[in-house]
Design a protein around this ligand. Structure first.
Ligand SMILES: *Cc1c(COP(=O)(O)O)cnc(C)c1O
Length: 370
């Protein structure tokens, strides 16, 4: 993006596709067998599926997951034909032909979804590709134990079953006994489907060890730099760099209140900067009086309430004159990553990424080579 264009934006979101691909390769390197997919739902966690998915394809990824059928329809033309694109939500009633037409593979989550896909297979007189999801404890999507016992495997005629999958509830908690319980339940179900390949692990699940890897792992968050294991050093590279422009600076006297509802008041003479990012850019309002920007390695607190389009930073810690109108402050960078922002906001990094929105000047770097 040239400077001329950037001059019309308030902030820049740089997305490092080399770091993304390194993350994918390092996750794959943890597997002793099986393949490493990429979850690119929600526009690749807000970072741009049309850029992210082809970069991962060039790095060697051949299995991609989105949530909605329409996400799959949009992404299908962007990926070469030997990439498989799975729809986690399966198919809404009546959309089966559309799914088939676009060569998308549904994750079948319920008996009615299975039946509808089978009916289409029967009508076309050819088995149709599918993934079967079973519920091992999240109670969210997939056949429960009862439906499974009644339906599987006899009820799977007409399906070319690529994988049977389930999803972990708290894989980021390395020592949660629920991980093992889900693994045992999953294995018990798999004994009824001999020869069918299996998939259980999300990003965090990969770090639970080889027992959890099966034939395909489905990382999302870790690809985008989110820490996969709670309480441990993050082994992933940061993928985003968020920089926002200073709109104005001012010096205020001790006792001056700042921002909407005056939730912050200067306790000493202060220099402050108004920055062109707000909650409409995914810089959550819960970061009011809690977030931080960085300049020259110095952490500078967000003061007062975050507004829709602006936030205010206390820059008193920097030498006078260091920050001027038009300068860039870092709101997320390799040293202060998405997990740190999320911790300040009282949420998870997933929500920070997927909230970023469309107002940034987006700048993609790297991702060309294999
Ligand atoms: C979102 C999702 C993933 C990816 O999870 P991460 O924690 O982001 O790695 C994997 N599988 C399913 C079923 C999902 O919904």
């Amino acid at each position: 993006m040239d400077q001329n264009t950037f001059s019309t934006f308030g902030a820049r979101l740089t997305i490092d596709l080399d770091a993304l691909c390194d993350n994918w390769r390092s996750l794959r390197a943890r597997l002793s067998r099986g393949q490493c997919a990429a979850v690119v739902k929600a526009d690749a966690y807000g970072l741009g599926a049309a850029q992210v998915a082809p970069a991962l394809y060039r790095a060697g990824c051949r299995h991609f997951f989105v949530a909605h059928l329409n996400e799959g329809i949009a992404l299908r033309p962007v990926l070469p034909v030997d990439a498989t694109l799975y729809i986690l939500h399966g198919i809404h009633p009546g959309a089966e032909a559309e799914c088939l037409h676009h060569r998308l593979v549904p994750v079948l989550n319920s008996v009615p979804q299975i039946e509808a896909w089978q009916a289409l297979a029967l009508a076309g007189n050819q088995p149709l590709p599918a993934v079967l999801q079973v519920d091992t404890g999240m109670a969210r999507l997939g056949l429960d134990a009862e439906d499974f016992a009644r339906w599987v495997p006899a009820g799977l005629i007409g399906l070319d079953l690529h994988f049977v999958m389930s999803h972990l509830v708290s894989a980021e908690a390395l020592h949660s006994p629920f991980n093992r319980l889900q693994l045992d339940r999953f294995r018990a179900m798999l004994t009824h489907l001999p020869g069918v390949r299996a998939s259980l692990a999300n990003s965090s699940g990969i770090f639970l060890g080889a027992d959890y890897h099966f034939d395909l792992v489905r990382p999302g968050a870790a690809l985008y730099g989110v820490a996969p294991v709670a309480g441990q050093t993050n082994p992933m590279r940061q993928v985003i760099h968020l920089q926002a422009k200073v709109l104005q600076t001012r010096s205020i006297a001790a006792g001056t209140p700042v921002g909407y509802s005056h939730t912050w008041t200067a306790s000493r003479p202060s220099r402050i900067a108004t920055v062109a990012v707000g909650y409409a850019d995914g810089y959550l309002r819960s970061l009011s009086n809690r977030g931080a920007a960085r300049v020259d390695g110095v952490s500078l607190p967000v003061i007062g309430n975050v507004s829709m389009d602006t936030l205010i930073i206390d820059i008193t810690a920097l030498p006078e004159g260091r920050i001027r109108e038009g300068d860039l402050l870092d709101l997320a960078d390799p040293t202060h990553g998405v997990d740190a922002v999320a911790a300040h906001a009282g949420t998870i990094a997933y929500e920070i990424l997927t909230s970023l929105g469309q107002r940034y000047a987006r700048h993609y770097v790297g991702g060309e080579a294999g």
